[in-house]
Design a protein around this ligand. Structure first.
Ligand code: NDP
Length: 273
């Protein structure tokens, strides 16, 4: 019988995780089954226990269940503790382990794309779940300074306060100043085909722009805007999605999938839709 995994969330029909993990397994010549679990409001624990009882080995967790998963597991990794959220659950004989691979997925993708963080002044747009997941890994990176900016400025402030680092400051868009060599859009603006209210002058001076949102074209309204302003290194977040999935796969099965081959495969899947 195949080892059983899944992704939990609501909505879940759109999730690319089953395609990604099935491709990982195929290229590694492993036999797994990876499904989707739609979690009803308040139904996380019941769904997780039913999955375990049915022989599930582990599962991924997406919005809005990452905090439920955090509370559900017996043991948390350091990454899960600092993110305050779990995206990878593993059932073991020692209990239920909770990890978070979003941060490592993000940093690995920046490395893959040769986005330089050493000494960088980073602008992080957004203060939701994704921004929270990547802020601590950014603080731990070689970046010199991270400025968090958010449409609702008070949320940027409380996020910055949570990490409590001299490297981090919070701003509203109207009080933003300075030059940023790396701009990360961790807001959900691109999902609505909107741009964050960031003055073009900041974008023009950036060396690298990265949007966590992803599209079949490989560009978002934000990366397109950056390119139109002369930033040639502007990337969407598909690589991060695949990197975090690869890290989950490795946690479960102890082997590292071929990330580059999966990115090529997923781009072709998305463009044929
Ligand atoms: P949340 O709903 O938790 O947070 C949304 C954030 O976006 C808030 O800070 C919100 O600001 C801001 N925002 C929304 N619309 C606009 C706008 N038009 N202009 C400026 N700011 C805006 O979402 P998540 O943090 O979970 O997700 C954010 C993005 O990250 C999404 O695009 C998601 O797809 C992507 N993502 C990608 C991953 C990957 O692996 N590539 C992994 C996880 C997320 P306010 O506080 O003012 O409402």
């Amino acid at each position: 019988m195949s080892d059983k995994y899944a992704v939990f969330g609501n909505p879940i029909a759109h999730s690319l995780s089953p395609l990604i993990h099935t491709f990982f397994a195929k290229t590694l010549n492993e036999d797994i089954e990876y499904g989707r679990v739609l979690v009803e409001d308040g139904g996380f624990v019941k769904a997780a226990e039913a999955f375990k009882a049915s022989g599930g080995k582990g599962f991924n967790v997406t919005a809005p269940c990452k905090i439920d998963a955090f509370n559900f597991v017996d043991k948390l990794s350091e990454a899960a503790k600092t993110a305050g959220a779990v995206n990878t659950v593993k059932f073991t004989s020692d209990g239920v382990l909770g990890d978070n691979t979003d941060g490592v997925g993000f940093i690995s993708d920046l490395k893959r794309l040769q986005i330089k963080l050493e000494g960088a002044d980073v602008l992080l747009i957004g203060a939701g779940g994704a921004a929270q997941g990547i802020l601590y890994p950014l603080v731990k990176s070689e970046a010199a300074k991270i400025t968090v900016v958010n449409r609702t400025a008070s949320k940027a402030l409380s996020l910055a306060q949570k990490v409590n680092s001299d490297k981090v400051e919070a701003k509203g868009f109207d009080s933003l100043c300075g030059d940023f060599s790396v701009i990360i859009n961790a807001s959900s603006s691109s999902l609505f085909k909107e741009l964050p209210p960031l003055d073009d002058s900041f974008i023009k001076k950036a060396e690298f722009v990265y949007d966590l949102a992803y599209t079949k074209e490989g560009s978002t309204v934000f990366t397109q805007k950056a390119q139109s302003l002369g930033v040639s290194s502007a990337f969407d977040g598909l690589g991060m999605l695949i990197m975090q999935a690869a890290a989950s796969y490795e946690i479960w099965r102890g082997v590292r999938p071929d990330v580059e081959a999966t990115i090529t495969y997923m781009r072709s899947v998305l463009s044929s839709r």
